[in-house]
Structures are given as structure tokens and as C-alpha cells.
Ligand binder design. Structure first.
Ligand SMILES: [Zn+2]
Ligand SMILES: [Zn+2]
Length: 376
């Protein structure tokens, strides 16, 4: 320790001066008091040494923080190697000072790492046709992005950060509670160890601003309710320039008037005429793929019977092939019969023996038996 003049006064700078200002001041003064320029001037030489000492300290954020808090005292025992604070150490609290400031955090390793930005959720509704074919779409999301004027630093352009005075750059403060010393995150700098000299006006020091972003989203074929599409790095900007989070697109598939869906299976109910049901036939169903799928109706089919067409369902998400199309048959009773049709049906009725409809026959048999059981 060769000087007890205040380092900031020596360098003729404000206490809030940033690195650039310090450096400029140092260069100017070093030039002025350099021994080569002042031969034989011992005062200039002493001044030159003191300026170097001051700059060596203040250019290092950790040392500067210690100096801001404790002044020259922070360095007076520094070179002796005795600041471990063993029993009988005669500099009292200084042992703690050194442990606090130059302890584990001196290498810079213990400082909190900036957290990444938050993940965002966006709900995207698609039709079943879009879920079938896939879709390239554009969405608009309001996300907080890194502030442009300050480049995400939160500091007004041209100004910098300085070491937090309260915690001396450690990001933590210590407080005595009874017998114990507890550590907690510094309330001033929130654990970062640095504070902004003058906050950016655009983002009020947050380093982030909200902006409407247009993003392209490729919805793959086969998406279903609950499918999530991740857009990496499209979430919120991280605080103080930390990496952004991700954007998750939650897919919702709208209800379709004709088809229901379960996984890769497409399901629909199809009315068929009672004559087709009785005689059998073939119907064709226009699928989501734009093709007509013909389905064979076996003669004598009943309402509620399900017919399956393999490979005519939904595509497998990020896979190969397709699920099935399941058609549930509903036999429709005709309601608008012509006179001639009624005539024909009456004629048919007269030829009925009961054997044509085994279900009905069975039902009436069961009913008769139950009645007999009751009356016996
Ligand atoms: Zn800003
Ligand atoms: Zn702090």
C-alpha cells in the first residue's frame, strides 16, 4: 500500500465511472506522470505509481467492489498471507471481509448463472382435414424479446453495469442471526452481483420488451388434441440477455360434422336403406383424403353393426401408414312411401312367415316363456 489518496480522486473520475471512463482517465494520467516524461521528478514518480495502483484495483470489478465497501482497508493485509483469520489474528473482522469477498466467489464461479427465459404456450385450432393433411400456417404471438436499443442488457446505450455496492459483486449478502451468519440473495442486484448504472428507457432496465411476433408453424399430418409442437428458442427472452425459452404449440382439433376420431381410427355413422340392409350392396364414403371408399354391405346387416375399412383412417403422426375407417350402419325406416311402394310392402307383408326375422321371433318366444312362468 503506497498511497492513501482515494483511488477515484487519483484517477480524477466519478465513483460511478465505467470501465471505459476509467481506462481513458488512467491513460491520460499515466502519460502525464510517466517517469520518462518527468526525469528526476520523484513526486511525479510517486504519483505514477499511485495511479497504477488505483487503476489495477478499480479495473477489476471484484477488487473495485471491495474497495467501494472498505476503502484501502480491503487491501492492507492482502499481501501478508495472514488473512485466513486463524486464532489470534489481530485484524478482527477483516478475516471475514476477505472470506466474504475473496472467498469462493473470487474466481467468479459462485455467481448465479442467468436463468433462461420462460416457455410459452400457444393454442392452435385446426380442422380435422388439416390434422389429416398437415398444414403450414403463420401464427402471431406476443413474446417478450431481447430489447434492441440496449441489446438485452437493460442499460441505457453507452452506459454500463457496475458491481453492486451492497453485496460487492457476490450476489449474496450475509446477516447475523443470533449465533449464525446466514446468506441470502442480494436484494439490490437480485443475485447477479451487478447493477445497471442508468436503466434503458425503452425497456425500463428489464432488457426485454413485448413484441408481436409472426412465426411459421408446420403442423405435421396426424396431429391430435394435445399434440405439442415445440419451437425451440421462441419463448420469452431470458432476463439480462439470458437464452430464451421455448414456445409450445398445443394443437386442438375441431369437431367434424361427419367423422369422429380416436387415435388413428376414424369413425362415422352411416344410414342405409332397409332394402340395402336386407339385400346387401355396396356404398361409397368420401374420406378425408378426398378418395371415395367403397364399403361392402353384407345382406341382412342390422343397425349398429360396424364395418371396418383398413388403411382409410388418420395418418400416423410422424410415422408411416394410416389407421382404419370404421362405419357404423344405421338402417333407416322409410317415411315417405309412394302408393305403389306401400302396395308392394303390403304384398311382402302377406308373404311373411316370421322366419325372415329370427331376432323378432326369438324375442316373442322369450316373452311368451316368461309369461307362462308367471302364470304356472
Ligand atoms: Zn432496453
Ligand atoms: Zn448485490
Amino acid at each position: 500500500m503506497s498511497t492513501d489518496i482515494d483511488y477515484y480522486e487519483l484517477l480524477e473520475v466519478e465513483r460511478t465511472a465505467d470501465e471505459k471512463v476509467l481506462k481513458t482517465a488512467y491513460r491520460r494520467l499515466a502519460m502525464q506522470y510517466h517517469p520518462d516524461r518527468n526525469p528526476g521528478d520523484s513526486e511525479a514518480e510517486a504519483r505514477f505509481k499511485a495511479i497504477n495502483e488505483a487503476y489495477d484495483c478499480l479495473k477489476d470489478p471484484q477488487k473495485r467492489a471491495a474497495y467501494d465497501r472498505f476503502g484501502h482497508a480491503a487491501f492492507q493485509q492482502g499481501g501478508s498471507g495472514g488473512y485466513g483469520g486463524g486464532p489470534g489474528a489481530d485484524f478482527g473482522d477483516l478475516g471475514d471481509i476477505f472470506e466474504t469477498i475473496f472467498g469462493s466467489s473470487f474466481g467468479g464461479g459462485a455467481r448465479q448463472r442467468p436463468r433462461r427465459g420462460a416457455d410459452l404456450r400457444y393454442d392452435l385450432q385446426v380442422t380435422l382435414e388439416e390434422a389429416f393433411h398437415g398444414k403450414d400456417t403463420e401464427i402471431e404471438v406476443e413474446v417478450s424479446v431481447s430489447c434492441e436499443p440496449c441489446d438485452g442488457t437493460g442499460a441505457e446505450p453507452g452506459t454500463g453495469r457496475r458491481t453492486c455496492n451492497l453485496c460487492g459483486g457476490r450476489g449474496k449478502v450475509r446477516a447475523q442471526q443470533g449465533l449464525f451468519v446466514i446468506e441470502r440473495p442480494c436484494p439490490t442486484c437480485h443475485g447477479s452481483g451487478q447493477v445497471i448504472e442508468s436503466p434503458c428507457k425503452h425497456c425500463r432496465g428489464e432488457g426485454r420488451t413485448d413484441r408481436l411476433q409472426r412465426l411459421e408453424v408446420a403442423v405435421p399430418p396426424g396431429v391430435d388434441n394435445g399434440t405439442r409442437i415445440r419451437l425451440s428458442g421462441r419463448g420469452e427472452a431470458g432476463p439480462n440477455g439470458a437464452p430464451p425459452g421455448d414456445l409450445y404449440i398445443f394443437v386442438h382439433v375441431a369437431r367434424h360434422p361427419v367423422f369422429e376420431r380416436e387415435g388413428t381410427t376414424l369413425f362415422t355413422r352411416m344410414p342405409i336403406s332397409f332394402t340395402t340392409a336386407a339385400l346387401g350392396g355396396c356404398v361409397s364414403i368420401p374420406g378425408l383424403d378426398g378418395e371415395n371408399h367403397s364399403i361392402d354391405i353384407p345382406a341382412g346387416i342390422q343397425s349398429g353393426k360396424q364395418l371396418r375399412k383398413r388403411g382409410a383412417g388418420m395418418p400416423v403422426l410422424q410415422g408411416r401408414g394410416r389407421g382404419d375407417l370404421v362405419v357404423e350402419v344405421q338402417v333407416e325406416t322409410p317415411t315417405r312411401l309412394s302408393v305403389r311402394q306401400k302396395e308392394l310392402l303390403r304384398e311382402f307383408q302377406e308373404t311373411e312367415t316370421g322366419e325372415e326375422c329370427p331376432e323378432s321371433a326369438g324375442f316373442f318366444d322369450r316373452l311368451k316363456n316368461a309369461w307362462n312362468d308367471l302364470t304356472e
